[in-house]
Ligand binder design. Structure first.
Ligand SMILES: Cc1cc2nc3c(=O)[nH]c(=O)nc-3n(C[C@H](O)[C@H](O)[C@H](O)COP(=O)(O)OP(=O)(O)OC[C@H]3O[C@@H](n4cnc5c(N)ncnc54)[C@H](O)[C@@H]3O)c2cc1C
Length: 422
């Protein structure tokens, strides 16, 4: 309750991983003691990680969960509208059609792509981000297949552009394409290359993942180049800051990241990501505002990290509303399963902020026991299970990561990683 006896008004901006996790957690823990409102410019949740299957035939509609039903079920007011700005002094959010007051605010409006930062990228590359881009990539891959089968030699270059904050999906796509082409007897005529600005492969996830990827590249005959910062893209080649150029017939790129919405009234970094206090996700200098997921300044952008942040922010707000101590804080351990079609790779990576802008994140040396990587076909089942479990939780208005069912999943994952990761 507020001092005036009114129920606190909690506003959540964004209906993605971080926003829904926070909204459903708040309702789960606060019951009727707060009003919760969710604002999103879309009336559905998109399960972005599984958009990697769209180029290989998945219907994008299968990745959507409508927001009307779960919000109604959990008595969360749903406003479908586009957020324009936050006024932390007046404690009010302006959307295109509304002015919404709040007592506590959770910003979870995600990230966007800035292909224009590399001249020529937007014009010449198939970029990955939205389902529409993944559908365009599908057309390009079917064209590649046809040409390779008819005996043409093709060069496919995968490019992780500088300032990309979530390189993993591009590695998944190169492995998936390799397996897909082999299964269709079309691999012999296709050269696969991946170049990245990172100093090591999937740098944020540390040396073990790098070693694994390097081994897979060798086994699958994929050429890999680290430390290649793209400067310019021509119709036939990518040119790098180190003076090298790599030619291509098909270029598949993951662009630089920036915030989807920039909030001039909140402290932000040079890409518009909102500055936060790590554990609570409280915005620096704005104790009633929290930022979670891709919208915040945590240097790695990942769905699993968005869940952990959504839980931490929601728990912090619950404690303030209920007058208790928060039971959890954000401790960045990333978890992911990398699809390869013939196998899949599980990684659990405890992370630590370094304070060094050039290398802001590292594997936490004090939690080395929790750093696990393992590659087995059985992990594909794990990825499939998540693909069913997450939409199921959200469709009924429940947080994914918090609550008893996750503890069961976690126990299963622990058992699996004990056997299938080291
Ligand atoms: C191809 C691909 C594969 C990926 N694979 C993985 C993976 O395997 N594992 C993993 O952990 N992560 C993966 N990620 C990253 C993951 O998808 C993101 O980190 C995650 O979506 C971040 O969640 P979020 O809630 O912060 O943002 P989002 O999920 O992007 O949600 C943002 C929400 O805000 C809404 N919104 C945006 N602007 C406005 C506005 N102005 N007004 C109102 N609402 C707005 C959007 O509609 C959306 O609902 C992948 C990403 C991509 C692109």
């Amino acid at each position: 309750m507020q001092e005036n006896g009114a129920r606190p008004r909690i506003l959540v901006l964004g209906g993605g991983f971080g926003g829904l996790e926070a909204a459903f957690y708040l309702r789960m823990k606060l019951g009727a003691s707060a009003d919760v409102t969710l604002v999103s410019d879309r009336d559905y949740f998109l399960f972005k990680p599984n958009t990697i299957y769209i180029p290989f035939g998945l219907d994008p509609d299968k990745l959507k969960v409508g927001l009307a039903r779960p919000t109604r079920r959990k008595n969360i007011a749903f406003v479908r509208d586009r957020v324009r700005e936050v006024d932390p002094e007046a404690k009010r959010v302006s959307t295109e059609d509304h002015r919404l007051p709040y007592d506590f605010l959770v910003v979870a409006t995600g990230a966007d792509m800035r292909p224009e930062e590399v001249p020529g990228l937007r014009e010449h590359a198939e970029t990955i981000w939205t389902p529409r881009e993944m559908l365009r990539l599908r057309l390009a891959l079917y064209d590649l297949l046809e040409r390779a089968r008819s005996g043409e030699h093709r060069r496919v270059l995968f490019l992780v552009a500088p300032n990309n904050k979530c390189a993993g999906p591009l590695y998944e796509l190169v492995f998936m394409l390799d397996t897909w082409l082999r299964r269709k007897d079309a691999r012999a005529n296709v050269d696969l290359t991946l170049s990245t600005y990172e100093e090591t492969y999937i740098q944020a996830f540390g040396p073990r993942l790098h070693e694994y990827v390097a081994g897979e590249f060798e086994r699958r005959v994929i050429a890999g180049h680290t430390g290649h910062v793209a400067r310019r893209v021509d119709p036939e080649a990518v040119h790098y800051e180190n003076g090298r150029s790599l030619p291509y017939d098909l270029l598949v790129a993951f662009s630089p990241y920036a915030a989807e919405v920039s909030y001039p009234a909140l402290p932000g970094d040079d890409r518009g990501f909102v500055e936060t206090e790590t554990g609570s996700r409280q915005v620096v200098g704005q104790p009633d505002v929290y930022a979670v997921g891709d919208a915040g300044d945590f240097p790695v952008k990942q769905a699993f990290l968005a869940f952990l942040q959504g839980d931490a922010a929601a728990e912090h707000i619950c404690a303030r509303v209920l007058g208790t101590e928060p039971e959890t804080a954000f401790r960045p351990t990333s978890m992911c399963v990398m699809e390869q079609f013939d196998t899949a790779t599980f990684a659990q990576v405890p992370l630590r902020l370094t304070g060094d802008p050039a290398r802001p994140i590292e594997v936490d040396p004090e939690a080395a026991d929790g750093y696990k990587v393992g590659s087995y076909a059985a992990w594909r089942l794990g990825k499939k299970a998540l693909g069913y479990y997450l939409p199921f939780r959200f469709a009924f208005g429940n947080p994914f990561h918090a609550g008893i069912p996750w503890r069961g999943m976690e126990a299963g994952l622990k058992a699996m990683s004990g056997l299938l990761a080291r």
